[in-house]
Ligand binder design. Structure first.
Ligand SMILES: [Zn+2]
Ligand SMILES: [Zn+2]
Length: 372
């Protein structure tokens, strides 16, 4: 079938809407989804710029898709035509970490999300003029009017939830919320400092304020609008590094000796250092920001020795099939108002959406391919 997709033709190129071919018939474990909406995540933009050695060009990105199931492969049993779904990251389900339930740390995560091809036979469901176009990005490539997902990476959502808000739960929002709710799991009365309050960091703030019982929640960002939004959504303190002599000292002052927990979302080494140094003895820092391979950071081994912890967190340590329905329940209860950070754009306006994301004008852009 012919679909409309946002195609990145070469490294660093802007995606262009094109008509391309998609294999209509899903394979045994696959699901054909009519895409209703898809978020714009930083990982899309860095993949287009080839930060991670991702899919060969031309490629179709998009990994926060939502939509309606149109067809299923022979072996698919958990969803059927007409179901409303969110698409998240994919995993192998067979390696040691998957078997242990630690699927964000799947040993085959790259092949299942960044190859641009099906991991079993390296084919792509997308093509143009007989030439392959990389699809399968996070087993979806959902910057398109239709997507092929797998039974593993789709999550059924209730039909009373608007489909055009659920896409970002599959990556950015799940990542930020899960870092607090699943990975760091702060004890009541804890303090938390969040470095960078884009969509991921704000989701951490919302989770800390409304779901955990953190009492001091410090948001740090250079963008005053984002700090204001963070304050509206639960940050008890906001700090702009441009206004502070020493951001680490400022956090130590607010938290009476250092934050119990911190989260780093910017992928800037100097900021990770601050996120470690701002924690109390023995505080814990969670690294979420994805830096290019080879990026190094320095730490003071003497102070770090005093019980500090630093851990990387992928996809909020979340099992999407469990966590996305949890986040939607919390949203329905008014405890996780993630829709407030979403701005919608028509698919045709993808360039504006990307521009606004890069400039920090929009916290979470979501493209609308179709209205449900
Ligand atoms: Zn695995
Ligand atoms: Zn993402």
């Amino acid at each position: 079938m012919q679909i409309q997709a946002a195609v990145v033709s070469e490294e660093g190129a802007d995606p262009q809407l094109e008509s391309i071919q998609l294999d209509e018939q899903p394979r045994a474990n696959e699901v054909l989804v009519r895409v209703v909406s898809a978020g714009v995540c930083h990982t899309d933009l860095s993949t287009a710029d080839n930060f991670y050695g991702g899919p060969p060009y031309p490629q179709v990105l998009g990994h926060e898709g939502s939509g309606v199931v149109e067809a299923t492969g022979d072996e698919v049993t958990s969803v059927e035509e007409g179901d409303h779904v969110a698409m998240s990251y994919d995993f192998c389900g067979e390696c040691r970490n998957c078997l242990r339930g630690r699927i964000p740390y799947c040993e085959n995560l790259f092949e299942h999300n960044f190859l641009g091809r099906r991991p079993d036979d390296e084919s792509s469901p997308l093509s143009k003029d007989g030439e392959p176009v990389s699809g399968c990005f996070f087993a979806q490539s959902s910057w398109a009017t239709h997507a092929i997902a797998t039974e593993q990476n789709i999550v059924t959502v209730d039909e009373d939830v608007p489909l055009d808000i659920v896409g970002p739960l599959g990556c950015g929002i799940q990542t930020g919320a899960g870092a607090v709710m699943n990975a760091l799991a702060p004890e009541s009365g804890s303090s938390l400092a969040v470095f960078g309050v884009g969509s991921v960091g704000i989701s951490s703030v919302m989770a800390a304020a409304n779901v955990s019982a953190c009492t001091d929640i410090v948001a740090v960002d250079l963008n005053q609008d984002r700090l204001d939004t963070a304050a509206d959504l639960g940050a008890t303190h906001t700090l702009n590094p441009d206004d502070e002599d020493d951001i680490v000292d400022a956090i130590h002052d607010i938290t009476n000796g250092g934050a119990d927990y911190s989260i780093e979302t910017t992928a800037v080494p100097e900021v990770l250092r601050q996120a470690v140094d701002c924690t109390t003895i023995p505080g814990e820092c969670g690294l979420i920001g994805a830096a290019p391979a080879g990026t190094e950071v320095s730490l003071d081994m003497h102070t770090f020795h005093f019980g500090h912890k630093l851990r990387g967190i992928i996809e909020g340590d979340a099992v999407p099939e469990l966590f996305i329905p949890t986040l939607l329940d919390l949203w329905k209860q008014g405890r996780f108002p993630f829709d407030e950070i979403i701005t919608h754009y028509e698919f045709d306006d993808i360039h504006q959406a990307i521009h606004d994301a890069e400039e920090g004008n929009t916290i979470k852009p979501v493209l609308r391919m179709d209205r449900p």
